[in-house]
Design a binder for this molecule. Structure first.
Ligand code: 5RP
Length: 227
């Protein structure tokens, strides 16, 4: 069992009959969806909403019942990966470009369970670029505002073209090097018109981080109480 799979399996063990589940995106969330699919095949009765078409398609393949988001008040559990996790449980997410939908689902979940392998743990956020979703209108101005705050943004590319998120937006990957105060940076970024959302997920929205290791062991780091 690989480290990501171990973390995913342990988090999926928290799911119980009757729950409404949010599904993340990425190679670790992939394992969570596979595990949930196995449990659904064994009779687990849940419904789910995915944070991306990729994850929704995988969930449908695995016969996980997909719910209409408009009918959901709150998710019982959201399981998703992360690109970096700092010592306080703050995250950088959005390497897979699904940060906006991921944040909407996480913010509306009683328990946001983060699944990572040990390589994602850092002392301070910022070694990986921070993805920031920006609207195409006026994007040159928004990027200039980001440059002024020394974000060193670059517009994410895919196959030689601008990457377009599932919400029709661009992603500016910002290189801050170190992020000493994630909450303050998140606030400053949200003050720039044109920025829809940032890949900073603050520890206050995280319930637990499940860290998987290659030998199958999983360390659970609790960060906050149930919402
Ligand atoms: C997608 C994400 C992913 O959760 C993040 O990029 C981690 O991906 P992986 O599990 O493949 O390492 O935020 O937008």
């Amino acid at each position: 069992m690989e480290a990501k799979q171990a973390a995913a399996a342990r988090a999926v063990a928290e799911i119980k009959n009757g729950m409404t589940i949010a599904l993340g995106t990425g190679s670790t969330a992939y394992w969570a969806i596979q595990e949930i699919g196995d449990r659904v095949a064994q009779g687990l009765d849940i419904k789910a909403v995915a944070s991306s078409l990729r994850s929704e398609n995988l969930a449908r393949e695995r016969k996980i019942p997909i719910a209409d988001l408009s009918g959901i008040d709150r998710f019982d559990i959201d399981i998703d990966g992360a690109d970096e996790v700092d010592q306080d449980g703050n995250l950088i997410k959005g390497g897979g470009g699904a940060l906006l939908r991921e944040k909407i689902l996480a913010a509306n979940s009683r328990k946001f369970l983060v699944i990572v392998d040990g390589s994602k743990l850092v002392d301070q956020l910022g070694k990986v670029p921070l993805p920031v979703e920006i609207v195409p209108f006026g994007s040159a101005l928004t990027l200039k505002n980001l440059e002024r705050m020394e974000a060193h943004p670059s517009v994410r590319q895919l196959n030689g073209k601008d990457y377009i998120s599932e919400n029709g937006n661009l992603i500016a990957d910002c290189r801050f090097q170190t992020i000493a105060d994630p909450a303050a940076l998140n606030r400053r970024l949200h003050e720039i018109p044109g920025i829809v959302e940032t890949g900073l997920f603050l520890h206050t929205m995280v319930h637990s981080v499940f860290v998987g290791y290659a030998d199958g062991a999983v360390r659970i780091i609790g960060t906050s109480t149930e919402k």
